[in-house]
Design a protein around this ligand. Sequence first.
Ligand SMILES: [Zn+2]
Length: 155
Amino acid sequence: MIYRKDKNWMKVALKYAYYAQEKGEVPIGAVLIFQERIIGVGWNSSISENDPTAHAEIMALRAAGKKIKNYRFINSTLYVTLQPCIMCCGAIINSRIKRLVFGAQCNKLDNKCSLKDIFLHSEQDYKLTIKKNIMKNECSDILLKFFQKKRSLML
Ligand SMILES: [Zn+2]
């Protein structure tokens, strides 16, 4: 049951990843869910916004903050198509979301440090549940194809 819900919300996040791709951005999407409702959506916008911090997760958190007029998202779940980078992990800690669900794993990040390490050193009273590999293939395929296309254009 929980898995089906996770898959459904990940499908929405994936829709925003495709949207990012249409805009010429790296195809990553995110949605923030509170009580079965979307309170924030985001997609990578670094290129169009000229903003290195405009990752899908950050954009979703910003949108949610404006919507609910709070900077803390206790009891909410963040769905993102790719494992968050270190900057986004920091934002997740500051936002106090309850669950993080992501699709594809980032190999680059995993070699250096694991998510567990990052969150272990966060605030002591903050506990985050992490679920990975939800729609892993779909989430990594869109990224692989995007970078393959980019590389072929550079040759
Ligand atoms: Zn990030």
